[in-house]
Design a protein around this ligand. Structure first.
Ligand SMILES: [Zn+2]
Length: 66
């Protein structure tokens, strides 16, 4: 199964330049930076979540806490 990406307006905690995309695959959710391609688990960026991203994740809240 291919991951599906959902773009967000959040910036990357690592490079501070890229925007994070929410990736869903195999029942897990990760966020990936479009610039440095680093992937983050949700809990790593939880303190930076904006309202829009939180709303997206809320719809998936049964699977994000893996
Ligand atoms: Zn980055």
């Amino acid at each position: 199964m291919f991951a599906t990406g959902t773009a967000t307006t959040m910036t990357c905690p690592q490079c501070d330049a890229g925007r994070l995309t929410i990736l869903r695959s195999c029942g897990r959710v990760r966020m990936e930076c479009g610039q440095c391609r680093r992937q983050f688990q949700i809990h790593e960026v939880a303190h930076r979540l904006d309202a829009q991203t939180e709303a997206i994740l809320e719809r998936w809240n049964s699977i994000i806490y893996d």
